[in-house]
Design a protein around this ligand. Structure first.
Ligand code: GDP
Length: 614
């Protein structure tokens, strides 16, 4: 059914009870996809309802409800958690778990993440905690990096355990949260007393506060001359982190990660904060579930994944599914490299036996049997594939910018600049901002920085539909794959004017195709015939591919290029003119006015082909 025209556009209508389920964070384009409508028309409809949104912007549930009411759809916004629960419910696995009786629940150790500004001592603190050896364990030192470790502290006469996520910084934290995984109970915010609150300090605390994770502040480097712990306390009051001694409820502990000073006190503060602010209990007597926090493909051992158990107890022999990976737990190792038979809540273990590698942040659950585990994994994989297809369609690339502009999908080109030095990033930013393309499109640089392209940059590009510019820096390994999977375009440049030119061209919708050389064939000169009429004829044998009349050629002598860009003006087999001669055959090649030929020279022909843009 077509709607009566709303603001001059028609949109397929529902009958008022037609249910359309969209993922949380969906945009008009996603919804348009579901009802086969044109996203631009939906922008117009929404506009007439008094709401402004671009086609690719995420909409909240209320806006979807208003739009749905207008168009006759019951739009239901589904959270990733609900989606998971429904998937598992279809296999008779209950993921709710919140309704355990009091007596079924037991205290579990808090899970801690260390965050803060670069160089403030996060890595050093992780080492210090690892080595603090607060209660000497029989296992001795921690020998393996598996992504998390546990330490024990004596607290009010009791031995208490703490699980520490062994990756400093909030990048991992946000990436996991982006997948809906909540791993961290408490954040330790490291601030160097000789440097004070810095940009990433604020970023980290914003992330923690957004996730509702209580913060303990470790004021580090108090051994350094000029350290000013009081100033850190004072600076953080602006961000609602008020020290207990100033009447607030945030614990600040002055430490030196380097000298191992006050590490015990810091861990005690974590426990006190956990006890005061959180109810950390779990039911160890159920099937295990939790989150994969790190995963690798190991040559000898196959796929390994470090999982953090959040409910239940994981045992060797369990059938599990982690993200879209499944398998049976063949062995489990702890951070000492020791085999363990079972892992209780908050226990990180490295699991061997998965058929493929899950992603960090994927949830894992124990399934009743191998077959169910495999089926769940397959369903998840299909859902992921669909989601990433939808995303890939949604992201903007410089090539389709003009089309997107015309369709009203974007009016702003968002860029993220990363470079090898702050000078070049600034120069690039200045130059880009001076590009004048008129009023139709706005160029906005939403983030810039020095260094390789990180997961955070890619996440931001995903969230804001941005193109990333790498100036003498690249996204490597997993990051490059991630960008690829998420459909984020990264463009690499090493010359500023080239970046400017291409972006300007894209903004004007005139991006020129790129060409690459494709070799067609090579021939070796055997003999040279002098002809007064045609110039020299090179009697040759085709060594590879084929030689075509009209093709461009390059002449090399002993591997050194002697001439480029000459043309195969004439081609003969015996007395006949031919258009092409294939490998293994003899022929006469005429190179027009080009006459500097010797026996043994190699004639390589090539053509320029338009390169598919990636
Ligand atoms: P991250 O970037 O936050 O992980 O910082 P690191 O842990 O790598 O530390 C940055 C630098 O500060 C290193 O040179 C550390 O040795 C040094 N550092 C860390 N903690 C302390 C400390 O308590 N005192 C002193 N003097 N130096 C420290």
């Amino acid at each position: 059914m077509q709607a009566p025209s709303i603001g001059g556009v028609t949109v397929p209508r529902g009958d008022g009870s037609t249910v359309v389920r969209v993922r949380r964070g969906s945009s008009l384009t996603d919804f348009a996809d579901r009802i086969n409508a044109n996203p631009a028309s939906l922008v117009t409809v929404l506009f007439h309802l008094g709401e402004m949104a671009t086609a690719t912007q995420s909409l909240d549930e209320d806006t979807f409800k208003v739009l749905g009411a207008e168009l006759g759809y019951d739009i239901q916004v589904v959270s990733p958690e609900e989606e998971e629960q429904e998937l598992f419910a279809s296999f008779n696995i209950d993921l709710e778990g919140e309704d355990y009786a009091d007596e079924e629940l037991q205290a579990r150790p808090p899970v801690v993440t260390v965050m803060g500004h670069v160089d403030h001592g996060k890595t050093r603190l992780l080492d210090a905690i690892r080595n603090a050896n607060v209660i000497a364990t029989e296992a001795g030192g921690i020998t393996q990096h598996i992504g998390a470790y546990q330490v024990a502290v004596e607290h009010e006469g009791e031995e208490r355990k703490l699980t520490v996520i062994d990756t400093p910084g909030h990048e991992a934290f946000t990436a996991m949260r982006a997948r809906g995984a909540k791993v961290t109970d408490i954040a330790i915010l490291v601030v160097a007393a000789d440097d004070g609150v810095m940009p990433q300090t604020i970023e980290a605390l914003n992330h923690a506060q957004a996730a509702d994770v209580p913060i303990v502040v470790a004021v580090n480097k108090i051994d350094v001359d000029g350290a000013n712990p009081a100033k850190v306390r004072q600076q953080l009051t602006e961000y609602n982190l008020i020290a207990e001694e100033y009447g607030g409820d945030t614990m600040f502990v002055d430490i030196s990660a380097k000298q191992g000073q006050n590490i015990d006190q810091l861990l005690e503060a974590v426990l006190l904060t956990a006890d005061a602010a959180l109810d950390l209990r779990a039911n160890p007597e159920t099937d295990a579930r939790g989150v994969a926090i790190e995963a690798n493909l190991d040559r000898g051992r196959g796929a390994t994944a470090t999982v953090l158990v959040q409910q239940g107890t994981l045992r060797v022999g369990d059938a599990i599914v982690a993200g879209s990976a499944h398998g049976r737990v063949r062995a489990m190792l702890d951070e000492h490299g020791k085999q363990v038979k079972e892992a209780t809540p908050s226990r990180p273990v490295q699991v061997l036996g998965l058929a493929s590698v899950p992603r960090a942040g994927d949830t894992f659950v124990v399934a009743p049997d191998d077959r169910t585990a495999r089926q769940i994994a397959e369903k998840r994989e299909a859902a992921d594939r669909q989601a990433s297809l939808a995303k890939a369609r949604k992201r903007i690339s410089l090539e389709d910018l003009n089309e997107a502009l015309a369709a009203g999908k974007v009016e702003t080109l968002n860029l993220i600049l990363k470079g090898d030095a702050s000078g070049s990033v600034e120069a690039l930013e200045d130059a880009l901002l001076q590009i004048d393309v008129g009023d139709e499109v706005d160029l906005r640089i939403i983030d810039r920085g020095v260094g390789a392209i990180t997961m955070n940059n890619i996440n931001l590009a995903v969230a804001s539909n941005a193109v990333i510019i790498g100036f003498n820096v690249r996204a490597e390994g997993q990051n490059a794959e991630y960008a690829d999977r998420e459909g984020v375009e990264i463009r690499y440049y090493s010359v500023i004017y080239q970046a400017i030119e291409e972006i300007e061209a894209a903004l004007k919708g005139m991006l020129k195709p790129e060409f690459e050389e494709v070799e067609l064939g090579t021939a070796e000169i055997r003999e040279i015939f002098r002809s007064s009429k045609f110039g020299n004829i090179a009697g040759s044998i085709v060594r590879s591919g084929e030689i075509r009349r009209g093709a461009k050629a390059r002449i090399t002598r002993d591997g050194v290029v002697v001439s480029e860009n000459v043309e195969v003006a004439g081609l003969r087999r015996f007395k006949d003119d031919v258009t092409e001669v294939r490998e293994g055959f003899e022929c006469g090649i005429n190179l027009g006015s080009y006459n500097d030929l010797q026996v043994g020279d190699l004639i390589a022909t090539y053509e320029m082909r338009e390169k598919p843009r990636d």
